[in-house]
Write a protein that binds this ligand. Structure first.
Ligand code: SF4
Length: 411
């Protein structure tokens, strides 16, 4: 028996596929490099953009034809769909989404939630030098354009020591680079249960990292400690409650100290980029100097409509703070053009930020409506497609063209 995995979407999906491969291998099923030779084809789906969703439907349609041919020859062939599409289907209590995807992909034998794969088995990695290491899954932020909180659910952090042990293992096996992955790596550890006095409590970090104790904070009855150091809960204005601060700086430093040549992390958010994190990056030379910091839009009104909790100025201040502390630092970003109601003036605001920051590279996307999101429910997708394309091209020429030219010259 053989399996083949087709992965759509982000690095998180690639990392998930490495764990899926491991689960199939554990069942005595081996990898193959073609759909035709496989007995199981696993399609790991992405729904971040409409185009990715359509590519999945197209592929599954073609796999249906292979299935028919195989069935004629009495050969075993199963199509398994997993990833974002299945995540959304299993979280949609009405069952409507599952019905829709079943109807659109009648040849699929199994819709498998990615959570079924777990973290117990060691990933089968294609790259033997650079490993992807998921540290959390899901997101609590609900940016109005984004489907991730619906496809992957709420943020769940992996235990601190599991991640450090996995990285230690990778180091011992000769890996030289790791990328720590999550939808919001720099909110790692803050995805916690609500405790006493509306304060979030740790879920799965072991007592070695946290100790519960009464203490002095006016509204706080719980104290957390990480390796003996006290961690004060912080008030998060946009959430309207206290929570322990993100543990990402501690985790990043623990991984950096294992001695990899390079540690990357992806993706981070402007509102969780703490001073401690900047300190940790600055004092550990093996942590990447290229930071991915999605801005999505450089205009305050658009950011508000997007439910992103920073202003253009706060974002620029953060960038400048990092540039000052770490002079060799460079930035990449994500930008959406043509978000609901985006005017020419608002777009120009994004252009201004791009010029001021001097991004090394930008992942540009043209806004498209995604099911269940607030933008789809209550806003109008009213920027004409031709205008969206023009804006996309403008930023592509401004940011990415020089980058591609530089790459071409260095090759
Ligand atoms: S932070 Fe916003 S854009 Fe990023 S995954 Fe969460 S909801 Fe989506």
């Amino acid at each position: 028996m053989k399996f083949f995995i087709k992965t759509f979407g982000c690095q998180q999906n690639v990392a998930d596929s490495e764990r899926i491969a491991s689960a199939f291998k554990a069942r005595g099923i081996n990898p193959t490099s073609s759909y035709e030779r496989a007995n199981y084809v696993i399609v790991n789906t992405c729904m971040v953009r409409q185009s990715a969703e359509h590519r999945v439907y197209g592929l599954v349609h073609n796999l249906g034809k292979i299935k028919q041919q195989k069935q004629k020859k009495n050969e075993f062939f199963k199509i398994v769909v997993t990833g974002c599409m299945v995540g959304i289907a299993f979280r949609d209590k009405s069952g409507e989404f599952l019905k829709t995807i079943r109807k659109r992909m009648p040849d699929v034998d199994e819709f498998m939630p990615i959570e079924e794969v777990g973290f117990d088995l060691e990933s089968i990695r294609v790259n033997q030098k650079h490993a992807l290491v998921p540290i959390s899954n899901g997101c609590n932020n609900f940016c109005t354009f984004c489907i991730v909180p619906f496809t992957r659910g709420r943020e769940v952090s992996r235990p601190f020591e599991d991640i450090v042990n996995e990285c230690l293992n990778l180091k011992n096996k000769g890996y030289t680079e790791v990328t720590l992955l999550g939808q919001n790596v720099n909110s790692y550890g803050a995805d916690l249960l609500i405790g006493e006095n509306n304060i979030q409590k740790t879920r799965d970090l072991k007592k070695t990292y946290f100790q519960k104790k009464d203490l002095a904070h006016p509204r706080v009855k719980i104290e957390f400690k990480l390796n003996g150091e006290k961690i004060e809960p912080v008030y998060v204005k946009h959430l309207g409650r206290y929570r322990i601060p993100t543990l990402f700086p501690y985790l990043l430093e623990a991984v950096a100290k294992l001695g990899f040549e390079k540690i990357h992390f992806y993706s981070s958010n402007p509102w969780d980029f703490s001073d401690e994190l900047i300190e940790v990056i600055s004092r550990n030379k093996n942590i990447t100097r290229t930071i991915h910091l999605p801005i999505q839009s450089g205009d305050n009104k658009v950011l508000k409509r997007m439910n992103r909790w920073y202003t253009k100025q706060q974002y620029i201040n953060l960038i400048n703070k990092m540039k000052k502390k770490i002079p060799e630092i460079a930035f990449t970003t994500d930008i959406i053009v043509g978000f609901c109601g985006e005017t020419e003036k608002e777009f120009k605001s994004t252009v201004e930020v791009a010029k001021e920051v001097g991004y090394k590279k930008a992942y540009l996307s043209i806004y498209s409506q995604r099911p269940l999101t607030a933008a789809t429910k209550v806003m109008n997708d009213d920027v004409p497609h031709a205008v969206k394309k023009q804006r996309w091209q403008y930023l592509e020429d401004l940011i990415n063209k020089p980058y591609l030219e530089q790459l071409r010259q260095s090759n």
